[in-house]
Each structure stands twice: as structure tokens, then as C-alpha cells.
Design a protein around this ligand. Structure first.
Ligand code: B4P
Length: 188
């Protein structure tokens, strides 16, 4: 079965952490818009400079920029066997753009990483101490949570109504969450 799956959940819910493992398990790539932006930022490309103005403040990068970057990545041949999308779409406008980009090859599922705000804030503050990411300060984390609640959470109802949503409890150890996600994907 071909999997074309979106991973959705608040910042710090473990999408990036689990995406690496499930990509290996299912043998298909993960496309992370956050990772693509960070690669541009570390290579100091024009796109990276533009994106950093939004990312460092905890805001979403404008839809046209993000969607253009994603369209380019989705056009590469390794996505023909399926993919996981980590961090896209992040609002309803992007969900509409994605349907257009997939062009007759619809999503096969959406996995929601369900976890409390307090727990994800604690995780991100822990990551801040280790990695020092520019958007992991206490103030910016709080703003990213608000942006998630306002702009990304409406996607949950949108995909539930389309019968695509699988909810996974994303607290517990990384291994426990991984087992639940694999089971959820296999039952889609
Ligand atoms: P992302 O890179 O998507 O950042 P994230 O939401 O913080 O990551 P994630 O939820 O994957 O957390 P992770 O697994 O790393 O986006 C960054 C920024 O890019 C956005 O704010 C936005 O500005 C921009 N952007 C990206 N996509 C966009 C789009 N489509 N449109 C517009 N703008 C966009 O886990 C976090 C921490 O938790 C890690 O330290 C990890 O070790 C830990 N952890 C994971 N699982 C755990 C567990 N089970 N228990 C304990 N700790 C755990």
C-alpha cells in the first residue's frame, strides 16, 4: 500500500523525532518543511534569510514561499512511492494548496500527535538547553503554541470530516509513541 501521510501536532509533539524512525520503517521519505527551512538558513540562502525573519519570531513563513519550496521537493522522484509530510500543512490555506499539488494522488491519512501543552513546552525548553535553536526561547515557544491553536488546530476537524484522521497519544517514551504510530498507520 502506498502511504501519503501528513503528521500534525503542536510544536515539540515529536513529529520530527518520530518521522525519522517511521521513514526507515516504511522505506519512504519524510519531507519536513522545518528542516528544509533550517537547511536554507544554515546555508545562508536568500530563502533562508527570508524564512528566519518569521521562524525566529515563532510565526509561520508566508504560504506562497512555503508551498513553492514544498512543490519543488514533491516533484522529486523518490516521492512516487509515498511520503510523510512533517509540518505541512499548517493552516487551512496550505491544506487546499496541498490537494492541488498532489494532483489526483490523494492523502491516505493524517496522524495527529495528541499531547498536553505543558508537556510540549517542557520538552522544547529541554531541547533549547541542548541545541540552542533560535525559536526555542520561552517567549517564542509560547507564541508558537498560540499560532498552532489559531491556525493549525482547525486542520484537525478538516481532516476528521474527510475520514482521514488517526489520533495517537504522543506522551510516554519515544519508543512507546513510535509503536502507537506504526500501529495507527498500519490500520489506516
Ligand atoms: P518545525 O521544524 O516543524 O518545528 P517543531 O514543530 O518544533 O518540531 P516537532 O514537533 O517536529 O518537534 P520534535 O520532534 O523536534 O517548525 C519550525 C518553524 O518552521 C515553525 O515555527 C515555522 O516558523 C516554520 N514552518 C515550518 N513548516 C511551516 C509551514 N508549513 N508553513 C509555515 N511555516 C512553517 O521534538 C521536540 C523535542 O521533544 C525534541 O527535543 C525531542 O527530543 C523531544 N521529544 C520528542 N518525543 C519525545 C517523547 N516521547 N518524550 C520526551 N521528549 C520527546
Amino acid at each position: 500500500m502506498i502511504h501519503r501521510i501528513v503528521l500534525v501536532g503542536p510544536p515539540g509533539s515529536g513529529k520530527g523525532t518520530q518521522a525519522k524512525r517511521i521513514s526507515e520503517h516504511f522505506g519512504i521519505p519524510t519531507i519536513s518543511t522545518g528542516d528544509l527551512f533550517r537547511a536554507h538558513m544554515s546555508q545562508r540562502t536568500e530563502l533562508g534569510r527570508l524564512a528566519s525573519q518569521y521562524i525566529d519570531a515563532g510565526n509561520l513563513v508566508p504560504d506562497d514561499v512555503t508551498t513553492g519550496m514544498l512543490a519543488d521537493r514533491l516533484s522529486q522522484p523518490d516521492t512516487a512511492a509515498g511520503f510523510f509530510l512533517d509540518g505541512y500543512p499548517r493552516n487551512l490555506a496550505q491544506a487546499g494548496e496541498l490537494d492541488g499539488l498532489l494532483d489526483g494522488k490523494p492523502l491516505t491519512g493524517v496522524v495527529l500527535f495528541d499531547v498536553d501543552r505543558d508537556e510540549v513546552v517542557a520538552r522544547l525548553l529541554g531541547r533549547a538547553a541542548i541545541e540552542g535553536r533560535s525559536d526555542d526561547t520561552a517567549e517564542v515557544i509560547g507564541h508558537r503554541m498560540d499560532v498552532y491553536a489559531e491556525q493549525t488546530q482547525p486542520l484537525i476537524d478538516h481532516y476528521e470530516q474527510r475520514g482521514l484522521l488517526a489520533r495517537v497519544a504522543a506522551s510516554g517514551t519515544v519508543d512507546e509513541v513510535y509503536q502507537r504510530i506504526v500501529a495507527a498507520i498500519e490500520s489506516l
